[in-house]
Design a protein around this ligand. Sequence first.
Ligand SMILES: CC1=C(/C=C/C(C)=C/C=C/C(C)=C/C=C/C=C(C)/C=C/C=C(C)/C=C/C2=C(C)C[C@@H](O)CC2(C)C)C(C)(C)CCC1
Ligand SMILES: [Fe+2]
Length: 524
Amino acid sequence: GCEVCLQNTHLTSCYVATFFLKKGEIPKWLQGTLIRNGPGMHKIGDTVYNHWFDGMALLHSFTFKDGEIFYRSKYLRSDTYRSNMEANRIVVSEFGTMAYPDPCKNIFAKAFSYLSHTIPDFTDNCLINIIRCGEDLYASTETNYIRKIDLETLETNEKVDYRKYVALNLATSHPHYDTNGNTYNMGTSIGDKGKTKYQIIKIPQSKPGDKEHACFTNCEVICSIPSRSLLRPSYFHSFGMTENYIVFIEQPFKLDILKLATAYFRGVNWASCLGWYPNDKTYIHLIDRETKKILSTKYYTDALVVYHHVNAYEEDGHVIFDIVAYNDNSLYDMFYLKILKLDDAAFEKQGKTFSSPSCRRFVIPLQHDKNVELGTNIVTLENTTASALKEKDGYVYCKPEILFEGIELPRINYDYNGKKYRYIYASKVQWRPVPTKIIKCDILTKTCYEWREDHCWPAEPVFVRAPEAKEEDDGVLLSSIVSSDPKTSSFLLVLDAKTFKELGRASVTADIHLDLHGLFIPEK
Ligand SMILES: CC1=C(/C=C/C(C)=C/C=C/C(C)=C/C=C/C=C(C)/C=C/C=C(C)/C=C/C2=C(C)C[C@@H](O)CC2(C)C)C(C)(C)CCC1
Ligand SMILES: [Fe+2]
């Protein structure tokens, strides 16, 4: 397979369950499964995808049981996967690759097929993340489809179409969860009754004995936010949730609906329908979870691009939220396979054009004295340099505090989601398209711990809390490590989350692929 995107073409047929060699001590209390998702195959027959985010979803899992670890991986049997395999070429369009079912079709046939699906049927190649709805698990992407999967066997089950239950054409892969087992997600509804809006949905916990898909039939829209523009809604990849508020960032990285509706006919990919408007503002919406209303103050900041929210919480009448943000939209361009395949020297040249992320903290005052002079910083919270300047007509201009430079794929101890917290676990960004380091950032002391090893590409680190945890970082950090050295095998790394020291590792004789996101499901 390819060095960088690690197409596991030899894995097409089936799944692997492999024996592990262990080193060190893996804590006895660690019982459950780390299940992860990401692109695993970029070539089908003689056809190749253009973008790393296009690859066929490959699920993999590490199961911890009484000191033993089991590995397993399996391609998601999506409708897209089946159609591609049957045709032995790419027949379904993905984010960076537009595909035509019949390559011999002339332009009239193409036009007809385009007219017959005004909005094309999107892919169910759910390659980004794993979503939990009560007891059920789903593989997710950013279209209207998610696929139910089996935690134990990694088999693919039914396809759920959000559109059957709520008005949604796109939904994120990064939902939130509350302590009652409810799942919250956000998506975009395009042109429904002539309006384009962002929808926040609550998927109630499924209970044993419930009818099939009960959680979706009981799914509720908790707030609709009208898009500033009917034909150009913002793109978003995640959102924030505090105890009382949802944080939604309407960024000037927008989806062009007219371009989208003509993309198939014009022969361009979906990615080209996303536009960056550096002169526009970024609007910060706070939605009251109780009243379901958007706060009327118009909070905004300079143009930025955000994919991953880190955390959000409330303190002394402020909403504080941390995001990993960029100064432009170049990140998605970096993941074109022709860029990933550049050698280090060539990438060095190209790489300079990609903006680097920083972790930024915004502090939003919920109330302020109406008589305060324009231009005043109305943040009253101490120990932050983030500011919020009062302007006329109900506008408040927010300036962030930079917490850390060059981190991505942020994770936290999810028990602290929506609460005041201290630690971020993430990938350290280097001038290379592959990850080489994982990092623990202490927001209080502004210090970091790092882990790296030669020829190791560590995946997004996942925190698992210890059973009797007292402090936020009492637990372990799990990361699957791809070895770029053919002589050494890939492995699962277990770090002490407090000290960042290695507790143990388990090597696998199979190839592990570079992935995106995942979840740890504790043993019941
Ligand atoms: C159908 C359709 C659409 C969408 C379709 C589809 C299929 C969308 C799929 C989207 C996907 C797969 C999105 C994946 C997102 C993944 C993200 C944001 C990953 C970020 C990873 C990062 C930032 C990694 C960073 C790193 C860097 C930069 C350097 C390294 O050193 C370290 C490393 C690796 C950590 C649309 C575009 C929304 C339109 C409507 C129509
Ligand atoms: Fe993500």
